[in-house]
Ligand binder design. Structure first.
Ligand code: PLP
Length: 412
């Protein structure tokens, strides 16, 4: 037999040293191994509506299918005209204050790609960006991957998870380039008040920060709540608005997202040149999915039904929050948007040191998969995220298992 060459181990690059994305991390790998052995896992771990029989609206699929023959080639790097125009109209109809045109809209393979592109275009080594804590961890990962530093500002659980303005202010310095706002929020389900949004915009104005508003859950709202896009609250602050169809139209697999620039763009022409180049380098976003956008952002949308009192998501939210709050030592605020909640564990009752291990125990003992709070850059091992997309039957089952698990772990 041929001798085995003595190869040096192939290591991941140093760039990835501080990059972490636990939503699809070790817990998911273990769950997949368990599934491969024939075990059934209840998955409350990712915000992907389609596997839970939350189908895409028919008109969206129809639009994509009808346009397939037009969608076999690359498109313009920023995206097809009709979709970009429709995105502008969406924000104009909501009261966008500043002048925008189709050159201000970039279509991406989901918001994810646009987040990574923005961070690459914005950050020099050592630059800082303010990101909420807890966060949707791609923001932190993308900032770190771009050579920057994610600095986390606190959201206050006792104030329905609203951002702490004073904490934001205290963390701004001359390296701070921008501030990320996730509203409605993943993982807390919080919807921010206009007052808080205006205060953040005021800070951005004062310290010359770019506002990055991730509003992908803007149409998943409960109890008649109203969402205000940040771009409608200021015309001078450079605001990057991120949104897409993964959640609102349940087509996460299509990878349809957009980024719109508004506010003062003049001083940012060099940054915008950078974004243009990055958009060109990846050629274009998935073209069939771009054809879904025009239909999805205009006119009547069938999404409303799911969050109305009679709707599936509404009932699932009620069940999840009620059952969680009934477990001793767990408290959970009521989400006003999205399909997540982020309950708190009392550590005097559950003395957890390593919350990922705690979630691993839950997976192995009760076959329920959820993500630990530190996976969302929360700074203590005392939270976890629940995705309430599964139907009522499966959610009841998951909650029964949680009851049993937490009863076993309680310190008397
Ligand atoms: N932003 C937030 C807050 C999210 O929760 C997600 C997905 O979970 C994304 C962005 C990425 O969405 P997509 O890349 O599917 O558009």
């Amino acid at each position: 037999t041929a001798p085995t060459p003595n190869r040096r181990p192939l290591k991941k690059s140093d760039k990835l040293q501080n990059v972490c994305y636990d939503i699809r991390g070790p817990l998911l790998k273990t769950a997949m191994q368990m599934e491969a052995q024939g075990q059934r896992i209840l998955k409350l771990n990712v915000g992907n509506p389609a596997p839970f029989n939350l189908d895409a609206p028919h008109e969206i699929l129809q639009d994509v299918a009808l346009n397939l023959h037009n969608a076999t080639g690359y498109s313009d790097s920023q995206g097809i005209f009709s979709a970009r125009k429709a995105v502008l109209q969406y924000y104009q109809s909501k009261g966008l204050l500043s002048a925008v045109d189709v050159r201000d809209v970039y279509l991406g393979n989901g918001v994810s790609e646009l987040i990574v592109m923005t961070m690459q275009a914005l950050m020099n080594d050592g630059d800082e960006v303010l990101i909420p804590m807890p966060d949707y961890p791609l923001w932190t990962a993308a900032a770190n991957l771009a050579g920057g530093t994610a600095v986390h500002y606190r959201c206050n659980e006792d104030k329905n998870w609203q951002p702490d303005i004073e904490d934001i202010r205290s963390k701004i310095n001359d390296k701070t380039r921008g501030i990320v706002v996730i509203n409605p929020n993943n993982p807390t389900g919080a919807l921010y008040s206009n007052e808080v949004l205006l205060e953040i915009l005021e800070l951005a104005r004062e310290y010359n920060l770019v506002v990055m508003a991730d509003e992908i859950y803007d149409r998943i709202l409960y109890d008649d709540a109203v969402h205000t896009p940040m771009c409608t609250l200021a015309q001078d602050v450079l605001t990057l608005t991120y949104n897409g169809l993964s959640k609102s139209h349940r087509i996460a697999g299509f990878r349809a997202g957009w980024l719109m620039l508004s506010g003062n763009k003049e001083y940012a022409s060099d940054f915008i040149e950078g974004l243009d180049m990055l958009a060109s380098m990846r050629l274009c976003a998935n073209v069939p999915a771009q054809h879904a956008i025009q239909t999805a952002v205009g006119g009547y949308q069938s999404m409303q039904d799911l969050t109305a009192e009679s709707g599936r998501l509404y009932k699932q939210r009620q069940l999840a929050v009620e059952r969680l709050n009934a477990i001793p030592g767990i408290s959970c605020t009521m989400p006003q948007g999205a399909f997540y909640c982020f309950p708190k564990l009392d550590r005097t009752i559950y003395p957890i040191e390593d919350d990922m291990q705690f979630m691993m125990d839950l997976l192995i003992e009760e076959k329920v998969l959820m993500v630990q709070g530190t996976g969302f850059n929360w700074d203590a091992p005392d939270h976890f995220r629940v995705v309430f997309l599964p139907n009522l039957f499966d959610l009841e089952d998951a909650m029964d298992r949680l009851d049993r698990f937490f009863a076993n772990k309680r310190k008397e």
